[in-house]
Write a protein that binds this ligand. Structure first.
Ligand code: ADP
Length: 299
């Protein structure tokens, strides 16, 4: 279903709901006017009509929510298909070239590098989808152990630098730690995925000039914070909470250029929740960069 026909069906359901509510109110009023003396009937009538009206309102709300969800699922499937198809097509093209033509040693190495990068991208998409599926299951077993937050963040920063071929100045890391190095009890794979997702976004949504600053800071004896700040496209204030929902992507032209599935921040929130922490986004608006903070309980 296209966006315009979806809009039409939403408009249709809202109109239908409003007409039905109006009809029920009209019936209710005429009932009162026609049966002034039959008190019992009147009371039951009012109760039933109120029930009908509530039901209709709930029904309409539900329908609209379902249509919106469907819309997000469609966008998600398109995004995932694109994310799977593009690297596969590229790998195939390079393999075909290698098979059909004589390619010199340098070119061959270059092709291998491209294919490796493409297969990494494929793997990343598949892992992201699998992780989002697992995050939905609340009681999944986790493998908790004590980890040094600073070390984990450093590892994630290095990984992001390699993945996006960034120079040493693109991502700065600062540790503002008083006293002992902060440790948390966590599932290291999950926390690594969460921090990496935030770093990926900071780079992806920087678009032009990549200047990301990462900070690991002890807030007090009980909490440690990881802050990731970029100077990218920013987030409008109304979207700051919504972006953590599954499949949600901020609408707009800039966002449409940057590919993604809308799963990254959902995974971040699920992981952080599971570890007893919280995550939030701050931004002064479009074009003004964003800052994401994860707070976790220390051990
Ligand atoms: P994806 O990046 O795959 O679209 P995410 O769940 O990681 O999905 O992010 C959801 C949305 O939040 C993105 O589509 C983007 O609009 C917005 N967003 C996330 N991180 C940033 C950031 N650092 N700067 C600006 N917008 C961001």
């Amino acid at each position: 279903m296209s966006v315009s026909s979806r809009r039409k069906s939403i408009a249709f359901f809202i109109t239908l709901g409003a007409c039905l509510v109006a009809l029920a109110i009209a019936l209710n009023v005429s009932w009162i006017l026609l049966n002034p003396r039959e008190i019992a009937l009147l009371v039951f009538g009012i109760i039933f009509f109120l029930l009908i009206i509530t039901g209709l309102v709930l029904n309409t709300t539900f329908l609209i929510r379902e249509i919106r969800r469907n819309e997000q699922h469609d966008a998600f499937i398109n995004a995932v298909t694109h994310e799977l198809k593009t690297p596969l097509t590229s790998i195939r093209l390079h393999l075909e070239t290698l098979q059909k033509r004589e390619v010199d040693e340098n070119k061959r190495r270059e092709f291998y590098d491209v294919m490796l990068a493409d297969s990494d991208r494929l793997l990343q998409t598949v892992e992201q989808v699998l992780r989002a599926g697992q995050s939905g299951q609340r009681r999944r077993k986790t493998n908790l152990r004590k980890i040094d937050v600073g070390e984990l963040v450093r590892e994630c920063v290095d990984l992001t630098r390699v993945r996006y071929h960034l120079g040493p100045d693109a991502i700065g890391l600062v540790e503002s730690v008083n006293g002992e190095r902060p440790q948390v009890k966590a599932d290291v794979d999950e926390l690594r995925a969460a921090i990496s997702n935030l770093l990926d976004n900071a780079v992806k949504y920087s678009v032009k000039d990549i200047q990301v600053s990462v900070e690991v800071a002890t807030l007090d004896d009980k909490k440690v914070a990881v802050r990731i700040q970029d100077r990218g496209v920013g987030i409008p204030p109304a979207q700051l909470k919504r972006i953590f929902k599954r499949f949600y992507r901020v609408p707009g032209r800039v966002m449409a250029r940057v590919k993604g599935t809308g799963l990254g921040l959902f995974i971040v929130r699920s992981v952080v929740d599971k570890h007893g922490g919280r995550v939030f986004a701050e931004s002064e608006g479009s074009g003004k960069g964003s800052k994401f903070t994860i707070q976790l309980p220390r051990v």
